[in-house]
Design a protein around this ligand. Structure first.
Ligand code: SAM
Length: 266
């Protein structure tokens, strides 16, 4: 096996502050560097990500993963809060929790779950994926980072959502790049407890997609409370995060059986 000599991730304090009203401590920056190196190492055996360039990794994996939880990050940050976040924080009316039980659905190479676990070590994190070999590749990464509060779970979201040990048990569900917005909602909402949140990470988000999502949410017990549209700090793109509040129990018939949500979206 080759020794990986990886480049340094950029620090980009201003990028963090302007977009998230927060910036990592030097220790957190070091942990993120270690994550980058471990993912490159793991990627030699199994393709977890095609993003290997440090700048791109910073933006598409680190910044993007943490953008979703920016409303929580800024709660204890001394930095000025950017306008988009002030509005969303008000809409979510969050308090700083001592601990949260979080699930990352379809984690793949560990995103957004691993960056979130590094920055919020007091949150428990379940990394869910239907592919065991991806989770097996993540185990040494989790161990090297010393993330004792992170566990992996190999299952389908459709199965886990109907398992009484997991159903309606998470404070927060994160889901990125697993399907259309309404498919992601059908995977995520059954796993979220009452008064908890699901965060759907989206690249582009069309008005139509948002309308379709809003129409299916009542049967899942959710309601869109905020949609963040944030310009990416390094490239010209935009990222969206949809914040869904679970205010009612999910109809027991959801999630439907394995494969159906993706084949026949609500
Ligand atoms: N979330 C990661 C990211 O944004 O980089 C990985 C996204 S990857 C495109 C989608 C992942 O979701 C794959 O690892 C796949 O195995 C997993 N997946 C797809 N459908 C799933 C399901 N129904 N239940 C659990 N995992 C699923």
């Amino acid at each position: 096996m080759h020794e990986i000599v990886s480049a340094q991730l950029p620090v980009l304090s201003e990028g963090w502050r302007q977009t998230c009203g927060w910036q990592p401590t030097p220790e957190q920056q070091q942990q993120c560097q270690k994550l980058f190196e471990c993912i490159l190492q793991a990627n030699q055996h199994l393709n977890l990500t095609r993003i290997l360039d440090p700048q791109e990794f910073w933006e598409k994996h680190l910044w993007d993963s943490l953008l979703g939880i920016a409303p929580w990050l800024c709660l204890s940050s001394p930095q000025p809060i950017p306008d988009w976040l002030q509005q969303i924080s008000a809409d979510l009316s969050l308090t700083d929790p001592d601990a949260m039980k979080v699930i990352d659905i379809g984690t793949g190479g560990g995103f957004p779950g691993l960056p979130v676990a590094i920055i919020q070590p007091h949150w428990s994190m379940t990394l869910l994926d239907s592919t065991q070999k991806k989770l097996t590749a993540l185990e040494p990464v989790i161990a090297a980072l010393g993330l004792k509060q992170v566990t992996t779970c190999c299952d389908r979201a459709e199965t886990l959502g109907q398992n009484p040990a997991y159903r309606q048990s998470f404070d927060l569900a994160l889901i990125r790049a697993v399907g259309t917005a309404s498919v992601c909602a059908e995977y995520a909402l059954p796993l979220v407890r009452l008064q908890g949140y699901a965060i759907l990470y989206r690249g582009q988000l069309t008005h139509e997609e948002e309308q379709t999502l809003a129409a299916v949410l009542p049967s899942l017990g959710g309601k869109i409370v905020a949609v963040a549209q944030v310009p990416m700090p390094l490239s010209s793109g935009v990222r969206h995060c949809i914040y869904i509040h679970k205010h009612q129990p999910t109809d027991p018939k959801f999630p439907r059986r394995v494969g159906l949500p993706a084949r026949r979206p609500l």
